[in-house]
Structure formats: C-alpha cells, structure tokens
Design a protein around this ligand. Structure first.
Ligand SMILES: [Zn+2]
Length: 642
C-alpha cells in the first residue's frame, strides 16, 4: 500500500528533463585512426601479441604449482617500450594484497577464506632481445610486475622473449575462480591464473595495470599457447585447447572411446564410475605424467587435474561442417541424469547454439569441470560447482561457455567494463535457454523486465561503474540490467532483424580484438541505422528510472466519433518508446507504437487516436516490455461511462 500512495504523489510532478536524455554532447567527439566513428577498428588499429610456452608441475604433497613461462611478445604499437608489465594474479592471495585489504571483515565470494600461504614466488625473470639475454630484477607491486629493460623495444613489430620461473601454493578457495575440492576419490585441482601473463598495452590507456582485487576479471592479450602440465600419473587432466600427446597420457581404450565420442551426438563415457582410480585407466602407474596441450589464438588457458574424475564426451557440430568435442569431468558426487550426467549435452548444445546464432566457436574442444568454483569461464574450459543440478547446472554451463563469445572471442576489458562480458553473455544465454530441448529451461515471459523495474528502484551505481567500485549488492546488474536493456533494444526499439544484424556486426568486427564501450555503441548506431545515444546514456551511464503514465483522454469537439486525444506523461528521467493499447466501448482494440522521439518534445505528449466510440481503456506497455517502476498509473479506465 505504501507504494501506491507514493505513486499518487509522483503522478503530479514529473522530474523528466528531455535534454538530459537527448544530450547533444554525449559521444559527440569523432572517431580516430585507431577506432573509427562507425564503431569498427580504425585503419591504424593495432594490437600487441603474446605467445606463451608454459611448463608446470603439480606437487600434491606441498600443494604447489611450480613452473616456467616463456612469452614471445610482439610490440605492434607505434610506441617504443622501455619496460613491460605482467599480471601476477596469484598475488591476490597474498595476505597483504589490495584485494585482501578491501575485502569485508565478514568475507565475500572473492575471498580466500583464511588461506595465508598464497601468492607468487618469482624465482627469476629474464628477457632475450636480438639474441642476447638479460636477467631482470622485477618490480612487483601487488598483482603487477614491471620489467625495466636495458634496451628499447621498437615500434611496429619488434619482439622480445620474457622468461619467468615461479611457484605458488594453490589456495583451496581461489576467489571462486580456481582452487581445490576434496571429494571421496581424490582432490580436484582447478588451475587458473596460474602463470605470469602480459598486461595489455593499448591505444586507450597505454599499459593496463589495474590490479586484480577479486570481482574485476581480466584483460588479456591474444596469442598461441603451448603448455605442458606434469601431474601424478594417476590423475586425468583436462585443459584449454587440443591434447597433443594422447598416446602418452591415455590408454588405448580411452583413445578409442574418445574416437567414438567424436562421432556421436549422444554422450559416450571415456572413464566410467566403476573405473575411477583403476590402474587400467592409466598408461603409467607410478611417478608423474606430462600432458601437452596447444591452443591457437586465445587470451588464456586453464586446466584441471584429478584422480576422482568420471569423464564423458560427445561430438559438437559447427555450422561450417567442422566437428569438435564437448566433454565433462566430474566426481561421483556429481553424477546422475539430474546433475553432471547431462552436462556434456548442456555444453555441446550451448556451443552449437552460439556458433549457429552468433559466431562459430573457433576451437576444437571444450570441457566442463565440476569443482570448487561456483561458475568460472576460461577459453575452452569452464569450472562449475560440483553441487548444482538440473536448471541451475544448465544455466551455469551455458553462461560459462557463453563467455567464450564474450570476452574470449570478443576480447573486451573485463576489469574496467564488466557489463561488456557479463551482460552480453547473459543476453545470449536467454536465447540459448529458450532453444535447449524445446525450452526445457527457457523463459519466454517478460518476468526479467518486471523484476528489473524493482531492481532499478534501488540501484545506486550505473553499469559503467568499474567492478572494484560497485557495491557487491549491485554488481548483479552488470548481468541482468545489461541483458534486459539489450532485449528492450532488440524487441521494443529496433526489432530483431536490425538488432541482430548490428549485434553480429559488432562481434565480427571485434573478434580477437579489444573493443571499448564506445565501439559497441557506435557499431549498434551505425549498423542498425539509428542514433541510440539516448539509450546508451540513460541505460549505461545513469541510474534513472522509468515511469510512463496515462494522463487523460479527451475527444475532438467532445465527440468520440471525431477521434480521441490521449495524453501520456513521462514522470521519471528514463525515456522509452511508448506502446499503447486502446480499447473502445464498441469492442474495437488497437495497439499504437510511438517512438522514443515523442519525449524529445516535452514531459507529456498528446496524440490523436481515430476513435469511433467512447474509449473504454488506455493501457501503456500492455505486454510488460518495459521496466516501468509504477504500473498502477499505466492504465486509464473510463469511469463515468460516457
Ligand atoms: Zn559470467
């Protein structure tokens, strides 16, 4: 009831100011030679490259990972580089990290839950330039490492090799992105943020050195990965990319079952429940085994190892005719049709849907791993909670693999703009859910839009707020508000054809590149052919709310047969197109769509409806397409029966 009385008050006073929404200064600056005004990479767009060669050994006794990484780094920029920056993400788990300092006393999802041994131990760093090697004393600040060079990397394609020897203790709970899970048949290790990697040097910020503090994810350079992980021989490893040495690490039975899976749309077991831990599943029964993987044109790689895994797989069919493989590894605790027994199908069918609808998945394999992380994405490998089932598991798998489109293919800067990956991914997830198994887990109602109206009432931070500055109570909006906004643009502003063409143009233009928000906004404006700056401003930069209302109905010359003059009003600051359903007393109904541009005129707007009898009712947004915060004033009923 309290809400109703508030609404009555609000009805009288609109706070709407049209020049705030239709703001000629917003995005009014031009394109550059690096980023064109139409939103495409400019003629002089450049990007640096980093190819990685990594060797790492898992020591179960000490719970450490020890390794070395060699990075072949190419400076394609027009600038000389006198130093390079690397990301040391494991340093988040150092008790003195900035992330630890800014974690609530009560803890949060991106915590380490009391682990005190975390952080990288950098044993040495070398750079090799023009055949000469130099040992460098690294300058380490929190999760960043600077290597000051005794030479200058030249612009336009000069290269250096960087080699770092390192080790770290594997946290049990690694900020919900990696860690260890203790199961009945052994520990599941999920290794991510497991090697020092290049910060991105770009034409927007130079070196991107924002620290890793928990919520804000990653901004990584593209390159080819060649990596070797050495683990106890009784473990199964699954990782990003293609396994290079199956005959050394798998048995003949496993290889033949994998071949069968590559030809099968239904799921095939590679390691069955009753084979877990059996000597017959391993080609070697003592010591260590090295698993070798390669991944082409990726921004990261991750992997998992355990002796507790059930392993299954099925074929993935790509639109081009190419075939791939989807796999799942999970402990007995997660087995069953209600749980991970269907996870390979969730993964396979998600990849097929996103490939067909948006952009073909460029890699050959993908794997879902049941473990300690609730839900975390990496190229070709996703970590989902071992505990979840049914719809929750579907949504987790399709979301985490959906990240292979945003940000693994479209390589946005997650640490600065979390909505660009979480929100666009959540948007495409909705369509994947509606498509899977005749909508088994789908939702074709506009429930999320109605819920968004309530969320926006309490929202304090706009979507452009960086992850480390947003309230942990509000960060869900990166996902939901972005997805709802894109759905409004698609279904209520542009229509599916224009939206989808523009959205796919954005993906194609920025695949394997580093788009900024403006590149998305401009591509959508340009390819859909509408100036949507009003929408970008109000939805992404502000916390405005929407409240459309029907103010009143009059008749031309007081005669319903001559037509009705319907007045609507915009009470809050957000502007949206208007969808009006008019019902006449003679039973005739009509839905009228007014463009958002009516709100360029004034706070209220009167339009003529060609009535032939008295109006019985006027209803705004009859199908719940807009997140109106007060739906009580959306309808007008003829009370005097005139
Ligand atoms: Zn996500």
């Amino acid at each position: 009831m309290g809400i109703v009385s508030q609404n009555v008050l609000a009805q009288d006073t609109s706070i709407y100011q049209k020049n705030q929404v239709f703001d000629p200064t917003f995005l009014s600056y031009g394109g550059t030679e690096f980023r064109s005004a139409d939103g495409a990479p400019g003629p002089k767009y450049w990007q640096n490259a980093a190819d990685y060669s990594i060797h790492a050994t898992l020591d179960e006794k000490d719970t450490t990972l020890k390794g070395d990484v060699t990075i072949n780094y190419t400076n394609n920029s027009p600038d000389e580089l006198k130093y390079v920056w690397l990301q040391l993400d494991q340093n988040l788990f150092n008790p003195d990290s900035r992330g630890a300092a800014t974690t609530l006393v009560t803890g949060d999802r991106f915590d380490v839950k009391g682990y005190t041994k975390g952080g990288y131990h950098i044993e040495s760093a070398y750079v090799t330039y023009k055949g000469k090697s130099y040992k460098i004393d690294p300058v380490i600040t929190d999760t960043r490492m600077q290597l000051r060079l005794p030479f200058t990397i030249k612009p336009n394609g000069d290269k250096i090799d960087i080699k770092v020897n390192y080790w770290f203790s594997i946290p049990q709970y690694g900020a919900d992105r990696m860690g260890r899970l203790y199961t009945k048949n052994g520990v599941i290790y999920q290794l991510a943020q497991w090697y020092p990697r290049m910060c991105v040097f770009d034409a927007v910020s130079g070196w991107n050195t924002l620290p890793y503090m928990g919520l804000g994810e990653f901004y990584c350079e593209y390159g080819n990965f060649d990596y070797y992980v050495t683990v106890p021989s009784d473990m199964i490893v699954a990782g990003s990319g293609d396994l290079q040495n199956p005959t050394q690490v798998l048995t003949a039975t496993e290889i033949s079952r994998l071949d069968k899976a590559r030809k099968s749309d239904s799921t095939v077991f590679i390691v069955k429940e009753n084979e877990i831990g059996a000597a017959s599943t391993r080609p070697l029964n003592k010591g260590m085994l090295t698993w070798h993987f390669k991944m082409h044109n990726s921004r990261d790689v991750s992997w998992t190892a355990s002796k507790a895994f059930i392993w299954d797989a099925a074929r993935v069919n790509f639109p081009s005719g190419r075939k791939g493989i989807a796999m799942a590894v999970y402990p007995v605790e997660s087995q069953g049709y209600d749980a991970y027994g269907r996870s390979t199908q969730y993964l396979k069918q998600s990849i097929e849907f996103y490939s067909k609808t948006y952009f073909e998945y460029p890699w050959n394999s993908a794997v879902v791993v049941a473990g300690v992380a609730l839900g975390m994405e990496y190229p070709g490998i996703v970590f989902c909670s071992y505990r979840i089932k049914r719809a929750n598991l579907w949504h987790d798998v399709t979301h985490e693999i959906g990240h292979n489109w945003f940000p693994m293919i479209v390589g946005s800067d997650e640490r600065s703009f979390m909505w660009m990956d979480e929100g666009m991914n959540t948007f495409i997830n909705g369509y994947a859910s509606n498509s899977f198994n005749h909508g088994e887990y789908g939702d074709t109602t506009n429930r999320s839009i109605l819920m968004m109206g309530r969320t926006m009432e309490r929202a304090k931070d706009p979507l452009m707020t960086p992850p480390e500055a947003i309230s942990l109570r509000d960060y869900g909006q990166y996902y939901s508000k972005t997805a709802v906004g894109l759905n409004i643009l698609r279904n209520s502003v542009l229509g599916p054809d224009r939206f989808d063409f523009a959205f796919k143009t954005y993906i194609k233009r920025w695949a394997y590149k580093h788009p900024q928000p403006i590149d998305f906004f401009r591509t959508m404006n340009d390819a859909a052919g509408d100036n949507l700056n009003w929408f970008w401003k109000e939805w992404f930069y502000e916390t405005w709310k929407l409240d459309q209302s029907v103010k009143g109905v009059k008749y031309v010359d007081d005669d319903p047969a001559k037509g009705a003059l319907i007045t609507i009003e915009n009470l809050q600051q957000l502007a949206m197109p208007v969808i009006v359903k008019v019902t006449e007393e003679n039973g005739k109904t009509q839905t009228i769509n007014l463009p958002v541009n009516v709100w360029q005129r004034d706070t209220d707007w009167t339009f003529k409806y060609n009535s032939t009898s008295p109006i019985a009712s006027v209803v705004l947004d009859p199908n719940d397409e807009l997140p109106d915060v007060n739906r009580a004033n959306n309808s007008w009923q003829n009370k005097d029966g005139k």
